[in-house]
Design a protein around this ligand. Structure first.
Ligand SMILES: C[S@@+](CC[C@H](N)C(=O)[O-])C[C@H]1O[C@@H](n2cnc3c(N)ncnc32)[C@H](O)[C@@H]1O
Length: 252
């Protein structure tokens, strides 16, 4: 789906209070407080997801990245309408994250409905192509996670193989994430459309550290004990919001 050109976006982005004009100067300094969780959404589109997440998790810090000028303009305007201390926008290409973030600085990378780039000659542009996955590995803290949602089964299959090849560990997977209510995870603009049409949402969470090692690392924080769940079906005794909360707790 092509984004309609927004004529005011270029000028708006020059003045927007939510846009970080010189993100390289913030390298290593994105967290407002030590110990805070830093989320980075790459390809945020109109910004609805990061805005809703920033409201839902006010203690966390959110950086949304978008390379399309019109989409970035709309995201900036949305963020400016309700200036939040914990949310900002980078208007730029996600392939530059290593210029803007220090190694290990981020805790969660969100990839929501990334462009599938179905033609092989464009495969490098996929946000789950090996070049990007290498950068995410470096960007993430040792207990960091990547949360990917998509409507595209081919991109989902491709990405699973690429994540495994890059050395990530599978923590959670669903081929119909919205079959259950998930108040802990807001719908993105694209997701809203797919859900309205009854299309399934694929979702997967990857970690840099296997769950068993992570459980050891965080034993003192994780009073629930043990690293459980991997799929929605075998986590039946625990609600999904509780699982998500526990998953997020692991990176605290
Ligand atoms: C299909 S849209 C999804 C938007 C939003 N995440 C959602 O779910 O509603 C994908 C977005 O990712 C952006 N994008 C694609 N590659 C990117 C990159 N390398 N860096 C930053 N943004 C990118 C596109 O410009 C587009 O706005």
């Amino acid at each position: 789906m092509r984004m309609r050109r927004i004529p005011w976006a270029a000028d708006y982005l020059k003045e927007s209070a939510s846009r970080v004009q010189d993100p390289e100067t913030r390298k290593g300094d994105w967290k407002k407080e030590t110990g805070q969780i830093l989320h980075v959404e790459i390809g945020c589109g109109k910004g609805g997801y990061s805005a809703a997440m920033a409201d839902l998790y006010p203690q966390d810090q959110f950086v949304a990245i978008e390379k399309n000028e019109s989409a970035a303009g709309l995201a900036a305007r949305k963020f400016d309408e309700q200036q939040r201390e914990n949310l900002c926008l980078i208007y730029g290409d996600g392939s530059d994250i290593d210029l803007w973030f220090a190694p290990g600085e981020a805790d969660v990378v969100h990839l929501n409905f990334s462009d599938p780039w179905p033609k092989k000659r464009n495969a490098k542009r996929r946000l789950t192509a090996p070049g990007f996955l290498e950068q995410y590995w470096s960007l993430l803290s040792p207990s960091g996670k990547i949360i990917m949602k998509t409507d595209n089964s081919s991109l989902f299959e491709y990405s699973i193989l690429e994540f495994l090849k890059a050395g990530f560990y599978l923590e959670e997977i669903s081929v119909d994430f919205r079959r259950n209510e998930h108040p802990e995870d807001p719908l993105t603009e694209y997701e809203q459309k797919f859900v309205e049409k009854g299309q399934p949402v694929y979702r997967v969470i990857w970690t840099k550290t296997p769950a068993s090692a992570e459980a050891d690392l965080t034993e003192s924080q994780n009073h629930a004990g043990g690293a459980g769940l991997k799929t929605e079906s075998n986590g039946a005794e625990e609600t999904q919001p509780a699982l998500f909360e526990r998953s997020i707790n692991k990176v605290r």
